[in-house]
Design a protein around this ligand. Structure first.
Ligand SMILES: Nc1ncnc2c1ncn2[C@@H]1O[C@H](COP(=O)(O)OP(=O)(O)OP(=O)(O)O)[C@@H](O)[C@H]1O
Length: 298
C-alpha cells in the first residue's frame, strides 16, 4: 500500500502539485488520470525521490521512500522510457542497471524474457522503436522483483498488441498481490483495466474512487445486443458483473462500454450493439477535469 500525504510542489509562482493526498492499494491496478499539466509526472517523481516535495510525504507500507533498505526491490518505476544509453545492447543496459542496484546481473535474462525482448537482447537500445524501449524500461523496473510498479504513460508508442500485452501484464502483476500505479491522460484506455482511479486536475486531487463507484454514481449502464446472450451473460458474470436481461438485450451496470467490449472480444462473442445508456465514465471524468481547468484559469 502506498500512502501519499499532502504532497506539494511549487515551481516559481506555479503550484504544480497542491496538497495531494491519496492511497494506492495492493492487489489492484490504480490509474492516475488527468489532462496534460495536471501534475501527474511531478507527483510520480516525488513518489520515488527524484523531485523534492515542498511539503508532504510518501510511504510504502508505512516506510518513507528514502528509508527503504532496498528501494529497487520495493518499487520499480518507469518515468521516462527514453532514459537509456543508445549505444548499449538491451542485455548490457539491464546488466548495468542491475549492478548499480546490487541485483545479480543474471536477473537481466529473466526480465528480458518476461517482457518479450528475449530475441532482441543483443540489439542496441538506440535502434529500438519507442514500444520496444517501453518494454526495456519495464524490464529495468522489474529487475528487483518489486512489489510496486509506478509507470508514467507506459502505453505511449505501443501498438495495439503492445498495449494489450501491457494491460494483461499489469493486471496479472496486481492479481499476484502487487501494487500497480499507472498514469495516463487517456481516460478511456485506463478505464479498460484499472480497478481504482485517482483523478487530478490543476495540481489537485479531484476524485479517488473505484471505477465501479464512479460508474454507479453516474448510473452508467451498458446495453448489449448479441446473438449469444447466454454465453456473454455468463462471461460477464464470471467477471463479477450483474447482468439483467431485457427483451433481446443485456444490461450491465457499474462497468464501462470498453470493459464489456474487451470481455466480449476475449470470449470471441460477436456483439451487434454496445452503448452506454447515460453519461459515460469518460464524460463524467472529463467534466471533473474541465471544471478544474476553468478554476485554474479563473
Ligand atoms: N521542472 C519544472 N520546472 C518548472 N515547472 C515545471 C517543472 N516540472 C513541471 N512543471 C510544471 O508543473 C505543472 C505540472 O506538470 P507535470 O509534468 O507534473 O504534469 P502532467 O500531469 O504529468 O502532464 P503531462 O501529461 O503533460 O506530462 C506544469 O504546469 C508544468 O509546466
Amino acid at each position: 500500500m502506498i500512502t501519499v500525504s499532502d504532497l506539494t510542489k511549487q515551481y516559481g509562482k506555479r503550484l504544480a502539485v497542491d496538497g495531494m493526498t491519496f492511497d494506492v492499494a495492493a492487489g489492484r491496478v490504480t490509474g492516475f488520470v488527468g489532462p496534460n499539466g495536471a501534475g501527474k509526472s511531478t507527483t510520480m517523481r516525488m513518489m520515488v525521490g527524484l523531485t523534492r516535495p515542498g511539503r508532504g510525504d510518501v510511504r510504502y507500507s508505512g516506510v518513507h521512500y528514502r528509508d527503504l533498505k532496498h528501494p529497487a526491490r520495493t518499487v520499480g518505476s518507469v518515468l521516462d522510457a527514453r532514459c537509456m544509453h543508445p549505444g548499449r545492447t538491451a542485455r548490457n543496459h539491464l546488466r548495468a542497471t542491475a549492478a548499480l542496484s546490487g541485483i545479480p546481473t543474471a536477473r537481466a535474462e529473466e526480465v528480458l524474457a518476461e517482457v518479450g525482448l528475449g530475441t532482441a537482447a543483443d540489439q542496441r537500445a538506440g535502434k529500438f522503436s519507442l514500444g520496444m524501449r517501453q518494454r526495456l524500461a519495464l524490464a529495468g523496473a522489474l529487475l528487483g522483483d518489486p512489489q510496486v510498479l509506478l509507470l508514467d504513460e507506459p502505453s505511449n508508442g505501443l501498438d495495439p498488441d503492445g498495449i494489450r500485452w501491457l494491460r494483461d501484464y499489469l493486471r496479472d502483476f496486481a492479481r499476484r498481490g502487487g501494487t500497480v500505479f499507472v498514469s495516463s491522460h487517456l481516460i478511456g484506455e485506463l478505464s479498460m483495466f484499472a480497478d481504482d482511479l485517482i483523478v487530478v486536475g490543476g495540481g489537485r486531487l479531484l476524485a479517488a474512487e473505484s471505477v465501479q463507484e464512479i460508474t454507479a454514481r453516474n448510473d452508467v449502464a451498458v446495453l448489449i445486443q448479441t446473438l449469444q446472450p447466454a454465453e456473454l451473460a455468463s462471461r460477464l458474470a464470471a467477471h463479477g458483473l450483474v447482468v439483467e436481461v431485457a427483451a433481446d438485450r443485456l444490461i450491465v451496470r457499474g462497468t464501462t462500454r470498453a470493459a464489456v467490449s474487451q470481455i466480449a472480444f476475449d470470449s470471441r462473442i460477436q456483439v451487434l450493439e454496445l452503448r452506454e445508456t447515460s453519461r459515460s465514465l469518460e464524460d463524467s471524468l472529463l467534466d471533473m477535469t474541465r471544471a478544474s481547468a476553468e478554476f485554474a484559469s479563473a
